[in-house]
Write a protein that binds this ligand. Sequence first.
Ligand code: FES
Length: 92
Amino acid sequence: MSSVKITINNQTVHGNTRELLLDQLEQAGFHPEYQCRSGLCGVCRCHLLKGEVAQLDALALTGKNEILTCRTIPKSDVELVFSYPISCSEEA
Ligand code: FES
């Protein structure tokens, strides 16, 4: 497992290249929106500004540079932007 930095709306936390982004964001104290957690609804969508990810199978549509955090694993340091305010309740 490699360590990566995950930057979300200008806040940076430590992550890894093994777990889904949605799970890692929640473990870091963020509360991103989600519903299905299986790539169907698209609610967990955000923009990928920088970095590489592995996008697992999903049915929800995504636009250019959009990812589904419930079906995505980071492969490098990543920078994400959500279309709504998201804060971290814990120091990372
Ligand atoms: S939570 Fe439904 S697609 Fe991610």
